[in-house]
Design a protein around this ligand. Structure first.
Ligand SMILES: [Zn+2]
Length: 307
């Protein structure tokens, strides 16, 4: 599938399938830097009621900027969800916001600025910030919500593979499901792929210690792979210690390309096309998106953090 014709010397237009723009310092400058680096689309992720509201506001605003000044911002979409850390808050308020905003447009594609997913939600038994029983309840409720509203499901799972699959099996895996910031090895990757999920790889693939994640990427078919920054967390090597931003997507994508032994351009095109399908955001002709600009070498520094 020919998704986009990138200018010579440029890898193409990337999609950052998972970032927290709410938490970025100097957001407008970060959006412009993202476009300069070849990032055409971003999905801003909610983790609770307030951050979900902010995700929607930011996605609408960024898409408005992109419409009038394509060099100033990528197109953006939002998700609404409750992170397992905050599962004790209960899903009700977040579910209300999602129901209010999740209307499917007649075209089927969700336009820039729209809500495209439920999450991030899931189970985090590493930190156990909420009781596990509450985490499972909140996760199950959001799996059901994604199915009810025909939205993508964005899953966060840490030290909880078996229960994650049990909840998904119990509720029924939504047709469009993403395991975000995939940190398993080939066995977990196979289980996710068998369940029909997409795997979203973050800057962790650049970490020296992450051989198992690279093995997982090696067996992940190109048509089930996504790329994300999880900005402002998880800056890839060699940018550790800086604020992570969507502009670092090419660094993550190049690491995946090295694992797959493919040109980065192909990984960019495939992950962009996959994001169009999994989030139902449609190809460029449905959004009127401008073609990507060539990247320049300008590279500014910014401070940091990790989710
Ligand atoms: Zn995240």
């Amino acid at each position: 599938m020919s998704v986009v014709d990138a200018p010579a010397g440029h890898e193409g237009a990337w999609t950052d399938s998972h970032c927290h723009l709410q938490d970025l310092d100097d957001l407008d400058a970060a959006l412009a830097r993202a476009v300069e680096a070849g990032v055409a689309r971003v999905v801003c992720i909610g983790t609770g009621l307030e951050t979900s509201r902010r995700a929607v506001e930011i996605a609408r605003r960024a898409s408005g900027i992109a419409a009038s000044a394509p060099s100033a911002s990528p197109l953006a979409w939002a998700t609404v969800g409750l992170h397992p850390h905050d599962a004790r808050d209960g899903v009700e308020s977040v579910a209300g916001l999602a129901r209010q905003l999740a209307a499917v447009p007649p075209a089927g594609w969700r336009p820039p600025g729209a809500v495209v997913g439920i999450g991030e939600c899931g189970l985090d038994y590493h930190y156990d910030h909420s009781p596990r029983e509450r985490q499972r309840e909140a996760f199950a409720a959001q799996v059901a919500l994604a199915r009810e509203l025909d939205l993508a499901l964005v899953v966060h799972t840490r030290d909880a593979w078996d229960d994650t699959f049990a909840v998904l099996a119990g509720e029924g895996v939504p047709e469009r499901t993403i395991v975000h910031c995939f940190t398993g090895g080939p066995d977990e990757a196979r289980r996710c792929l068998d369940a029909g999920a997409y795997l979203s790889f973050s800057g962790i693939v650049t970490f020296k210690s992450a051989g198992d994640v690279r093995e997982a990427a090696a067996i992940c078919p190109l048509d089930r792979m996504l790329v994300e920054t999880d900005a402002p967390y998880l800056a890839p090597v060699p940018h550790r210690g800086e604020q992570n931003e969507p502009r670092r997507i090419p660094v993550v994508g190049q690491a995946l390309a090295a694992v797959k032994r493919l040109p980065a351009r192909e990984v960019a095109a495939a992950t962009r096309a996959n994001a169009q399908v999994v989030f139902a955001i449609g190809p460029d002709e449905t959004t009127g998106a401008a073609p990507p600009r060539a990247a320049s070498a300008g590279d500014r520094r910014a401070p940091t953090g990790s989710q």
